[in-house]
Ligand binder design. Structure first.
Ligand code: AP5
Length: 202
């Protein structure tokens, strides 16, 4: 089925660092035949390539701070919501501030590509930290050190958590328990999404 005849789906993955946005976002994109867009991966590619954006973003990422909104919006908006872009996507890690969400919404309305659902993965602090420390030991992602992980969680709680109210107010939010095996979490998300999409007549 090509992009024009396939039902479109546009999802957003929200959740604290380590909650499984990337793991589940990749799976959902495969399941729904959509593009997976991770702003963390896009930024890490820019850093590896040594681009101007990468050089500007790296100090923020190394500290575990959010990268300034304008840099993120310039990187994402046209790519994901431009007229030539794919109509189905799973966004992972964007938006992360209410300002990013409002700017994306304005552009999405213009091009007729607003979201169908926002999945928020809920996980306790101890488990977030355990998952990220394990990844830090195994694969050595630069920002998976103990101090930076704690700061990333603080950034999430102060700047990204307000998005839950923002999306709940637009009746898009699905809260999903992110504990347990990867397959179990995927099943919970798919079940919640199927219910939501059928309620919405899709
Ligand atoms: P980003 O790459 O998005 O990092 P993050 O939000 O900190 O999230 P993670 O990738 O660490 O975790 P995740 O929730 O995706 O979980 P994952 O599936 O990987 O962003 C990095 C930085 O870029 C930010 O700090 C910021 O500086 C900048 N940035 C990015 N977007 C931005 C934006 N929009 N605005 C401003 N700045 C931005 O899983 C984590 C680990 O757990 C993995 O090892 C995985 O294998 C494991 N795991 C997953 N699920 C399970 C499970 N069910 N059981 C056991 N282990 C599991």
């Amino acid at each position: 089925m090509d992009q024009t005849s396939r039902p479109q789906i546009r999802l957003l993955m929200l959740g604290a660092p380590g909650s499984g946005k990337g793991t589940q976002g990749t799976r959902l994109a495969e399941l729904y035949d959509a593009r997976h867009v991770s702003t963390g991966d896009l930024l890490r590619n820019q850093v590896t390539q040594g681009t101007e954006l990468g050089q500007l973003a790296q100090p923020y990422m190394d500290r575990g701070d959010l990268v300034p909104d304008d840099l993120i919006l310039a990187m994402v908006l046209d790519d994901v919501l431009g007229s030539e872009s794919e109509p189905s996507f799973v966004l992972d890690g964007f938006p992360r501030t209410v300002n990013q969400a409002q700017r994306a919404y304005e552009q999405a309305i213009e091009v007729g590509r607003t979201l169908h659902a926002v999945v928020c993965l809920d996980l306790e602090h101890d488990e977030l930290i355990a998952r990220l420390e394990k990844r830090g030991e195994e694969s050595g992602r630069a920002d998976d050190t103990a101090a930076t992980v704690l700061h990333r969680i603080e950034e999430y709680e102060s700047k990204t958590l307000p998005l839950l109210g923002y999306y709940d107010g637009r009746d898009l939010l699905l809260r999903v328990d992110a504990t347990g095996e990867v397959d179990e979490v995927t099943e919970r998300i798919v079940t919640a999404l199927a219910r939501r999409l059928s309620e919405a007549g899709r």
